[in-house]
Design a protein around this ligand. Structure first.
Ligand code: XIL
Length: 336
């Protein structure tokens, strides 16, 4: 196309894409990424299991390649993610074959966060410090699934991660990142938790709404209200993993399971393309109108390579702004 996302949004905020290493190694895809986007996130390669697969063994290889690709092409880097309670490497929870105790677990959080943030200091302009820690249901403020950091270390692990990250790179913006903002109950839980955390002094700068949304959309009023809410407690807001699935993601409040979609057609009809473009342009318009409160939008893939959604729902998907042949879609034109 003759115009680009990054130029169109130059006076608003960075437009990012989550990338895989094989995408930046492919010259056509790399070209799409560098001409269209102004920010990059590693879709996987800076997660704890990738960066520290064994205790004390840090593997920055692939993360470094992604970061130097970004730097070389004048793109910002959104770091994702330092602490992901449900997806920490297994070793985090054990010490000499036994369940790890609280002190050692907190020490491991500290070492991981400190080492990674210092390594990328000055290169990552922000970090998802904690990812998906707040549950949809249940009596506890943080997730209490078995194996979680919360069971062993309580809320301290959350605070610790932010304090250590702040100290390791005082210039990086620190985010809490999560899904499910479209569901009021979960959004409000996140809001209450972050409000309290800020009140007790935890250095949180922003909230990331993942934005794995669907053709059933999200209402404009609700999106505005959500941004306003978080901004009222001094947090900047970013949409960090945006995709608009061609299927609905909720049915009467419940998140769709693959089985719920079994009989749904996977035809990417003109009607669905139009609907998807309307949702995309509404979201981008609201974010433009609330610039300052909103400081970034990242798509969870540069183009319709929907492995993550396909795996989860078992159905072909077309959730992004460029198609499988890297060509701009109606959604792209409308957003620009
Ligand atoms: C996903 C990646 O896209 C997949 O490649 C991987 O297999 C699993 O993780 N929430 C997040 C992201 O915060 O890190 C997830 O990314 C998608 C959901």
């Amino acid at each position: 196309p003759q115009y680009s996302l990054k130029d169109a949004y130059r006076n608003y905020f960075p437009i990012g894409a989550a990338v895989l290493p094989n995408q930046i190694n492919n010259s056509k895809i790399a070209n799409l990424i560098t001409t269209q986007f102004s920010s990059i996130t590693a879709a996987n390669d800076m997660k704890p299991t990738y960066l520290q697969p064994k205790e004390g063994v840090f593997n920055f290889n692939v993360g470094d390649k992604i970061v130097s690709f970004a730097t070389k092409n004048n793109m910002k880097v959104r770091g994702h993610t330092l602490v992901w309670p449900r997806k920490m490497p297994k070793w985090f929870y054990y010490s000499q074959g036994k369940a790890v105790g609280k002190d050692l677990l907190l020490k491991r959080i500290e070492t991981h966060v400190n080492t990674v943030v210092q390594h990328y200091k000055g290169k990552t302009y922000c970090w998802d410090v904690v990812n998906e820690a707040i549950p949809f249901f249940g009596p506890n403020p943080l997730d209490s699934n078995k194996d979680s950091l919360y069971i062993i270390a309580g809320e301290e692990y959350f605070d610790k991660a932010f304090y250590v990250a702040r100290k390791a790179d005082p210039n990086a913006k620190l985010f809490y990142n999560d899904n499910g903002f479209e569901w009021k109950k979960k959004r409000d839980r996140i809001f209450e938790y972050l409000k309290k955390a800020k009140a007790r002094g935890v250095p949180i700068d922003g909230v990331g709404m993942q934005g794995h949304w669907g053709i059933d959309g999200i209402s404009e009023a609700y999106l505005r209200e959500t941004i306003k809410m978080f901004s009222s407690i001094g947090l900047e807001v970013q949409i960090t993993e945006l995709d608009i699935s061609i299927y609905p993601i909720r049915s009467s409040g419940k998140v769709m399971k693959a089985a719920d979609l079994k009989s749904t057609s996977d035809a990417y009809t003109e009607q669905i393309q139009t609907k998807q473009a309307q949702i995309y342009s509404m979201i981008f318009r609201v974010c433009r109108e609330m610039k300052g409160q909103v400081t970034g939008i990242t798509l969870w893939s540069p183009y319709d390579w929907a492995n993550y959604l396909t795996k989860r729902m078992g159905k072909k998907n077309y959730p992004y702004l460029f198609d499988e042949n890297l060509q701009p879609k109606k959604s792209f034109h409308d957003v620009v």
